[in-house]
Design a protein around this ligand. Sequence first.
Ligand code: ADP
Length: 660
Amino acid sequence: MESWRQWENFARAQELGQIGWWRMDTTRNILTWSAENYRIFGQPVGAPQTYETFLAAVHPDDRAYVHEKWIAALRGEPYDLEHRVLVDGQEKWVREKACLEFDAAGALLGGFGVTQDITDRKHAEIALQWTVRRNELLTRIAARLLQSSDVQGAVEELCADVMQFLDCQAFFNYLVAEESGRLHLNACAGIPEDRAREIEWLDYGVAICGAVARDRERIVAENVCASADPRTGLIASCGIKAYCCHPLMAQGRLMGTLSFGAKTRLAFNDDEIEVMQAVSQLVSMAMARLRMEQALLEADRRKDEFLATLAHELRNPLAPIRTGLLVLKRTGAQGPNAVRVQEMMERQVDHIVRLVDDLLEVSRIRSGKIELKRERLDLRDLMDQAIEASQQFLDANGVSLTVVRPEEPLMIDGDPVRLVQVIANLLSNAAKYTPSGGHAEIAARRVGSQAELTVADNGVGIPPDMLPHVFDLFAQVDRTLGRAQGGLGIGLALVRKLLRLHGGQVEARSDGPGKGSVFLVRLPLASAFAQGGPQREGGRSARRVLIIEDDDDVVHGLSMLLRAQGANVQTAYDGKRGVEAVQSFHPQVVFIDLGLEGMDGYEAARRIRALPEGRDAIIVALTRWGGETAREHVKKAGFDLHIAKPASMGDIERVLDFRR
Ligand code: ADP
């Protein structure tokens, strides 16, 4: 009875400890198992076992190792090992430990051993090791990105690291190409080169990466080869079976996509996807940081350049003034040359005052302190005043001026002082950048609902690559050219800013160096004078319009154009406030800048569409780029219309006439 109880306790201990015992009789090749051993190996208790049946249960990858250890054990080496077994196709881990048994005469009988089921411990260990390696990987990537001043270039190397860790065979990194509004392949691996060339450019919404860029949401694709989703065609054709693509986002702004693909298995698990997400976040942060650094460096460089020019420009007039003072001192204020000298000094002082005034104006506009004193004006009067102010300067430079004055009045709502300043700036540039003996022309006319004013000259012209930049602050084509009159590279920046505040725009045209330049200004005509103003289309005036845009000038200009069409306009300076405004204001039309800081335009549009108040609104994307592709791409992103900044009156009419 007692021994039976002992036996029962022993069996229970084995079961609780998941440790079975075994005895291998090598002389007869008979393997005896305890009940627990049968359980561990998943076999019916009592089924006869041999060394071969045991080996057959061992995981195929571990069989050679286990056999080797057993042979060594029979030679007297310790038998203590961990290996895998297969139970109903499932992998289990066991620890085996044994000692040899001999008969009384010392001949080898075989071995006695124990088998312990260590699956749980082993899985925890493997998971821990994986976590440690994952953390090492992410730390390595973060360090590399932090040290790198070329994040785009570093992507290839760090993705190779990720691929090795995750056992992936492909990756793709697309970046947003702002100028074209498309995605550009920055780096990839795992596909043939000619295939990579084919997919170098991608439109939003096309293939998985394009869809992720459009929706800003991760896409995970499993068993790609069997997928009916047409977006997976591209990756399937590269032999990829499991795929995961993340958007690269920082501060709500899309910068590109990063995706990984495996060709040897059908799906990624959650832990792997989490690693890809973490890598995407690290890359996004690094890109955003670098972008900010570059913008700061560029601003700093331009400021340095500007300070040097400023010093130069302020110093230039001082030399003749000093000479003048000397002359006056020597010859006396009443001397024969005195009047000429005084006039010269006056001109130089005027020049300094003009420079300083320009400077003050820029800082006033920048800090938003400028206020337009609007009144109804005839553009022809503004032309006259500007010509009067510039005539002397044109004459002094030997540049003749033709004036094409329209017959009809061109009435606009604006600040006369600022608008005269705009026209005079363009005229004085024509004088500055046209050699003596050259010619300039100023003309104005009505075009639809706008007044168009052109200032043309046959002077030094502008190289094509500089055309888009002449309106940037401190931009100058050639700092050594036209220096006789001096300038700080802020005149045209002021022109553009002031025109935008009036809802107008300016454009520079030139066939290149030596071919002269044309500056074309467009201003909205006051509504009653515009051909077919709001009265024509009764429906337009009733519209509630919300503008979500962080650039003051654009907001100002757009609101003016919209109000000229009788719209009721509200503005919000970021995406979050924009979404809130939709709920309170119920706009029929919403303009959204795609490049908003914080929540970007795409996200704002998505949230607005999800609101009951925004479901039927006409949502218009405001972008810096134009063209068919851009239009297509914002359309795919759920916008009804697309407008390239700055908007023209024609654009506004198109929007207000649009019906969903
Ligand atoms: P600046 O003080 O240098 O004249 P602006 O902002 O008025 O600055 O003009 C910026 C640059 O644009 C000038 O430095 C010049 O290179 C170019 N530019 C402006 N107007 C003309 C013109 N009429 N013809 C040729 N180049 C021009």
